[in-house]
Design a protein around this ligand. Sequence first.
Ligand code: MD3
Ligand code: FE
Length: 206
Amino acid sequence: MLQSTQETFDPGIVLLPGFALSERDALRAGIEAVTDRAPVRRMQVPGGHTMSVAMTNCGALGWVADAHGYRYSALDPLSDLPWPAMPETFLRLARAAAAAGGFDGFEPDVCLINRYEPGARLSMHRDVDEHDFSHPIVSVSLGSPARFVIGGLARRDPTRAVVLHDGDVIVWGGPARRIHHAAGSPRRRAGQPTLRWNLTFRRAGP
Ligand code: MD3
Ligand code: FE
């Protein structure tokens, strides 16, 4: 169905609560198809640490980190093969969400797939490895809810926390495209699954 209410938090940040709920099963099937061929892995970062979030990609390019730095690559370094193609459901969802957030014509060439086990988190950072920041980033949360921290353009700007739930989508563009942000660990709740997945759709190439 792909529709929901929308809330603009700040210029450039549009939250679409539950936008992806109707596509949940198709998205999970897509994640399974991708991870069968390009498994999630915890990447090394410059400095020697290993990320707690496990990642993989689909699309023409994929985001990779290693001891040398961060970049987009057409090949999966684990297999030296191209990343799996982006499933059609992923593409349709990303285009529809971007349009709902004010970005008609968004054509992502990357879907970075993040898997959070309890304890995994992504510390404060900016996404600046892409070629052209006029394209938005579309993020889709699946599974357990988790706290997400929104900062500002400067590292020391004030932050605020929002909780992202299963099916929530956020479109980050324009003045918000280069803000700092961080993602917390999924909440542990008795009897509930505690895996969280996040898909971020990007246009990284020219
Ligand atoms: C704001 N992922 O993969 S998505 C990332 O929950 C990343 O996995 C988080 O940050 C996660 O880089 C959060 C939300 C997000 C993604 C990209 C942004 C927020 C953003 C780019 C610019 C500003
Ligand atoms: Fe990010």
